[in-house]
Design a protein around this ligand. Sequence first.
Ligand SMILES: Cc1cc2nc3c(=O)[nH]c(=O)nc-3n(C[C@H](O)[C@H](O)[C@H](O)COP(=O)(O)OP(=O)(O)OC[C@H]3O[C@@H](n4cnc5c(N)ncnc54)[C@H](O)[C@@H]3O)c2cc1C
Length: 387
Amino acid sequence: MYNLKVVIIGAGIGGLTTGIAMQQAGYQVEIYDRATELRPAGAGISLWSNGVKVLNRLGLGEKLAAIGGEMNAMEYRSHTDERLSYVDLKPLFERVGQRPYPVSRTDLQTMLLEAFGPEKVHLGMCCVAAEQDQHSATAIFENGDRKTADLVVGADGIHSAVRAHVLNHRVERRYANYVNWNGLVKADPALCRNDLWVIYVGDNKRASMMPVGGDRFYYFFGAPMEAGTQVAPSHRQGELEKIFQGWPEPVQQLIQTLDPEDTNRLEIGDLDPLERLVRGRIALLGDSAHATTPTLGQGGCQAIEDAEVLTRYLVTTNLSVEDALKRYEAIRKERTSKLVLKARKRTSTIYGYHPEVTQQWYEDLKQESPEAVINALAKVILAGPMG
Ligand SMILES: Cc1cc2nc3c(=O)[nH]c(=O)nc-3n(C[C@H](O)[C@H](O)[C@H](O)COP(=O)(O)OP(=O)(O)OC[C@H]3O[C@@H](n4cnc5c(N)ncnc54)[C@H](O)[C@@H]3O)c2cc1C
């Protein structure tokens, strides 16, 4: 289809990537976000090769490589500092044709925003509802504004407002019973080798570091916790000291090095797979469609894949917008539902929902062959829209 006008709600990874792809297709795109200042939630993100391939196609490969960390291997260690597994990732790159890039979220957002055009991102615009008729779709904002286009894309995250219109009912986030702390620190060989992703596991918790561009490590911790706990930034270092007391030296050093004021603390949740992702001329995309726990590192990559597939159907078919959206849904619902459920299962294993299963997993890590790990990663990557 030609000359489409598109309104996107949400300027996160999903909304911005969709904006770039649709703009490159010659469509007229405007993005609206409720934030008054765009600040990514979280410090880093690992873009696996399936996400990277889409960004390559959008002409962003070189820029992404410049902000990405060089992650050549991954290692699991126990909380008593025993090496459980070590996987050289180069065979994975050869299998799938592209390395992954861990990046700082601020760098990624800046890159995407510049590629889309910041002047077409309208801030302070909180979408409260959506409606449509046979010829157009409209986003309605808290301030009374209405923006009408050929289609509306709801890329407005896990608490999406557009989703209520698509589903005809509200869906709430499901708490995954653990808290994640994350941030960035200066790379230091005393913490981790600078081309390694290290993950310490034990006692149903984990602590991890991976390299991102700018000679930094993205770090994260995870530990089971009841819902509703809050800890002020100034107390987060002390909280981590207590939870990870007695863990190996690099973990202790990481806790002493990090800036507690710049340490994010998030209760992690996901959504049950939705019964539909589109209604007529309105499509859900990214976390609004399939928010997942981050234990496969695929949430953002799936938002990027969504952007590619949705744009591709609009460009390559010409029956109607509704028809293209249906085709998008048919492809994306299955892939993303499977990944949400797979990540959920992995979350339960990592965070001790059944402690005996978690204990067994620690044992299994020692036995798992690097080939099996590469195969599992390659399977997810190669099932993406770019193969
Ligand atoms: C701790 C953690 C680690 C993760 N690690 C990885 C990883 O390594 N790899 C990976 O691929 N993924 C990872 N993810 C998942 C990834 O962060 C998300 O899947 C991704 O950010 C989703 O992008 P999005 O654009 O769909 O939504 P969001 O990033 O949530 O963006 C939504 C945007 O919509 C705006 N908005 C919300 N409501 C409204 C409204 N009513 N009106 C207007 N605007 C609105 C918001 O302000 C926001 O800008 C991780 C997630 C977490 C929590």
